[in-house]
Design a protein around this ligand. Structure first.
Ligand code: MG
Ligand code: MG
Ligand code: MG
Length: 306
């Protein structure tokens, strides 16, 4: 039986490209490993797979009795539902350490960098394995996506160096231009059902016993949401009820203005006041300079709910 590599639910480009890149590395090292996914792919990820000639990884939700590597997360709420019945061989991640635990020894590569693929590049270098051209291209795009083309405060010099090295291997002259092309694909939200948009990049967090769902849409110009904002607000209110959540937040991130408008529904009326020092008015609040859910949105919220 092959081993699997799987990223988080509602997979993003990092989760998918990590699964592809790590599977190739492990298989090359003599351990038959295949990439998998825990959900449907976003237009951005499909763009990357198409650009570098990859098929979608296998859709596989259940891992009971299997052995797997977990990439791009370490939170139970974000992984496979039956993870307790699987053997976790390793965790490769760049988020805060979550609550996944194991009963057997495992390999862990966790680094405070902008993207899981930056860590996987370190693994290739560690094992002295050459990265194929198309895998290098996909890894590079994942880093450009996660770091918002180097604008995110999560971006480190390791990420930038890694993009340069991968671009060289993939034969891509202007990685940042390709990054912007990706964000244009990401910004094409018109015509997409509202629920699909809310869930496009959505994560649940257990914050001291409170279930908090946080979605994010990163676009080149926020005015694209003008017509649909009321529908988005209604939908997150519904999502909060359906999932018995304490709060649901949708971040509408403007990557050019470098800030996010937060749409908020919460049991705590003063949620954003307490966490970010800014009051929610009519269910909305603008947070200047906020681009990163992981680094700028989750930690203050977690703190204020503890
Ligand atoms: Mg991710
Ligand atoms: Mg990531
Ligand atoms: Mg992201």
């Amino acid at each position: 039986m092959p081993h699997y590599v799987v990223g988080h639910k509602i997979p993003d480009s990092d989760s998918i490209c990590s699964a592809i890149a790590l599977s190739y590395l492990k298989t090359t090292l003599g351990e038959k490993t295949v990439p998998a996914r825990l959900g449907e792919l976003s237009p951005e990820t499909l763009f990357i797979l198409d650009r570098f000639g990859f098929e979608q990884p296998e859709l596989k939700m259940s891992y009971a009795g299997e052995s797997l590597y977990i990439v791009d997360h370490s939170e139970r709420t974000q992984g496979p539902d039956d993870i307790d019945d699987a053997t976790i061989l390793g965790i490769i991640d760049h988020h805060k350490l979550g609550d996944i635990t194991t009963s057997t020894p495992l390999e862990i590569w966790v680094r405070p960098v902008g993207c899981t693929n930056t860590i996987i590049k370190m693994m290739y270098d560690f094992h002295n394995v050459e990265i194929p051209k198309n895998i290098a291209g996909a890894m590079m795009c994942a880093i450009l996506s996660d770091t918002v083309v180097f604008k995110s405060p999560t971006c480190t010099t390791a990420d930038i160096k890694c993009v340069e090295a991968l671009a060289e291997i993939a034969g891509i002259e202007d990685p940042q231009a390709l990054g912007m092309e990706m964000f244009e694909v990401k910004s094409a939200v018109l015509g997409t059902p509202v629920r699909d948009l809310v869930l496009r990049d959505f994560k649940d967090f257990d914050m001291n016993g409170n279930l908090v769902g946080i979605g994010q849409l990163e676009v080149i110009d926020l005015s694209i949401f003008d017509e649909m904002k009321a529908d988005l607000e209604a939908d997150i209110a519904q999502l909060k009820e359906e999932g018995n959540r304490h709060s649901v937040i949708l971040l509408l991130t403007d990557i050019m203005k470098e800030g996010s408008e937060m749409l908020v529904v919460s049991d705590n009326a003063d949620l954003t006041e307490k966490a970010y020092g800014k009051t929610t008015v009519d269910g909305k609040v603008w947070l200047d300079g906020v681009l990163s859910r992981k680094k700028q949105v989750v930690p203050p919220l977690q703190e204020s709910l503890s």
